[in-house]
Design a protein around this ligand. Structure first.
Ligand SMILES: [Zn+2]
Length: 296
């Protein structure tokens, strides 16, 4: 059975080699099973989005030979879908208002709580007395919306990271500035777009139990997951701008082609030796999930 895949960047900056490597792996997962590969712009955080990065990111994907199917979707154009998911959660009595500031959450989360991992939101605003509640309502500070997850345990088998289990805390589904949260939008969109396999960086592994839990509440089919190891800089830290020439444009300025960069990414995935200059189609022929898992 083929499972459609996607790459879902945020147009808030130039893609670096680590992002591009994840895009390549997601593309290889999809193309090696003749599945669709969709691109979705996760642009709900309008304070950080810049118009020029939509085109630049697509340009970089195309330069590497990573083609995609259908129109590129923007989350900012899909707000009504998130509204109706939120309404459905409200109907189930799962949504509550949270007035906590960042500092209050940090403080509350640092105290030990039964069954919740460190840093999890402990449900402070679920247990407000009527007086505390009116005081917060009167403050004029708009509330964020959280879902009541009752510290549900969710386990799944990741195709690259293996068995993973997490406790779901009462996470935010709409921020107090009105923006829908990543965890809600990603679940709604993956289902609406028919994504069968979510391939993304391992930094998002922790958020997967929340998304699986939310998808189940909304009656949506659960996709498979494959969380890809992150690319590291020479100092062993996660690759970042400070590591120097980490974008296609940086590399072009050094005289490297997109093919050279694809070659480097393929070598880092142990799909080729350096300098082999394989085409995207060659890489599809060599790709195997099992070997990638063993190489990681
Ligand atoms: Zn709160």
């Amino acid at each position: 059975m083929t499972a459609d895949g996607r790459f879902a960047p945020s147009p808030t900056g130039t893609l670096h080699l680590g992002n591009l490597r994840t895009a390549l792996v997601a593309w290889l997962f999809a193309r090696s099973q003749d599945a669709r590969y969709l691109v979705r712009m996760e642009d709900l955080d309008t304070s950080r989005v810049r118009e020029e990065f939509y085109d630049e990111q697509l340009h970089d994907l195309a330069a590497l030979g990573l083609d995609w199917d259908g129109p590129v979707v923007r989350q900012s154009e899909r707000i009504p879908r998130y509204e109706s998911a939120l309404a459905e959660l409200r109907e189930q009595g799962l949504v509550y208002e949270c007035w906590c500031t960042r500092a209050e959450i940090r403080e509350a989360a640092s105290a030990p709580h039964d069954g919740l991992p460190e840093g999890a939101y402990p449900g402070t605003c679920l247990r407000l007395t009527p007086a505390e509640r009116s005081e917060r309502e009167a403050s004029g500070r708009p509330p964020a919306l959280r879902v009541r997850a009752d510290a549900a345990r969710v386990a799944f088998d990741d195709r690259l990271a293996g068995h993973f289990e997490g406790v779901v805390d009462d996470f935010v589904v709409r921020r107090n500035d009105g923006a829908f949260a990543y965890n809600l939008a990603v679940v709604v969109d993956d289902a609406a777009q028919g994504i069968g396999e979510v391939v993304r960086g391992v930094d998002l592994l922790d958020s997967t139990p929340r998304q699986l839990w939310l998808g189940a509440r909304l009656g949506l089919p659960a996709p498979r997951h494959a969380h890809v190891a992150l690319m590291l800089g020479p100092d062993g830290a996660r690759l970042a701008k400070r590591h120097g020439a980490v974008t296609l444009a940086d590399r072009a300025a050094l005289g490297q082609t997109a093919g050279d960069v694809r070659d480097e990414l393929a070598a880092s995935l142990q799909l080729s030796g350096r300098g082999e200059q394989l085409t995207p189609a060659d890489l599809v022929g060599r790709f195997s999930v099992r070997e990638l898992r063993e190489a990681a």
